[in-house]
Design a protein around this ligand. Sequence first.
Ligand SMILES: [Zn+2]
Length: 342
Amino acid sequence: MQLKTILNHVEKHKSFVYGDGKWRHVHGELSLHVPIRPRRGSRPVCGGCGRRGPQYDRLARRRFQFVPLWGVAVYFVYRMRRVDCRTCGVRVEQVPWGKGRCHLTNTYRWFLAAWARRLSWQEVAVVFHTSWQSVFRSVRYAVVWGLVHRKWGSVGAIGIDEIAWRKGHKYLTLVYQIDEGCRRLLWIGRERTEETLTRFFLNVPRRVRIRIRFVCSDLWKPYLKVVANYAGQAVHVLDRFHLMMHFSKAIDEIRAGEARRLKEDGYEPVLKHSRWCLLKRPENLTVKQTVRLAELVKYNLRSVRAYLLKEEFQRFWEYVSPGWAVRFLDEWCTRDSTTKRN
Ligand SMILES: [Zn+2]
């Protein structure tokens, strides 16, 4: 069976014809290139208004990546036509397998987006020999498609998350629906600013927005503010993991500062090798670390007091009654942290 027979079976486009596939090297890897040409007598579709018009000229050859076959990368190769459109002027044509300037075919984008529901984006990129950006664009494409065609139904709970990319210099904000039995990615936005999350809420119909009952996010300030503005009726859940991360960060800073001061003042370096003793939960400490911690607690150090406050705070998560939890929180916040606690 020929490659074009398979393609005509899985992805036939009425006004276009597949040519014979050829082996080519792309980025040092063997790949299959399938030329496409317009069917004789067919007129291009205007990219602006979607109406057919006379051909103006043709552009240079372009590659569109298709779903890999037997692990081999597949590209469609096509020279886009320009249309001499009566309404829009000279415009690049619309082709049924791809959109705009994207170098991935629609089918491939759906394929990557589907895998990205099962694996991390990074894993999908590695498994299918593509870039993280391509996976990201595919997911975004699927999400945008979902936004246009979505039946919002009822969304009771949403989760807001952020991911870093380009080595932590750039962020994306992701919003998930996290209702029981219905978990899906609802929206992706660039950056993690107030404006980002505001754009999400502006996308949600008002009738849906006012019925959101739970919002889960980390302590990122811009998110807190926007959630209060747009979903003030919802209970805002701050998750334990992110909250405790702030404790660890604070302890790290206090310990580093104190260690420096002790050294400057000529004291013995009691805080040396203490980092994990202070950050780990007591039950996770090694025997050696437990001994070390017991030693440390004998000193009246800010680091130790910070550690004790963090450990006390763990009790907060065990409260069932909101009233008692609030009392605990009030008491914990006003606790005199200068009292010696050993
Ligand atoms: Zn047009």
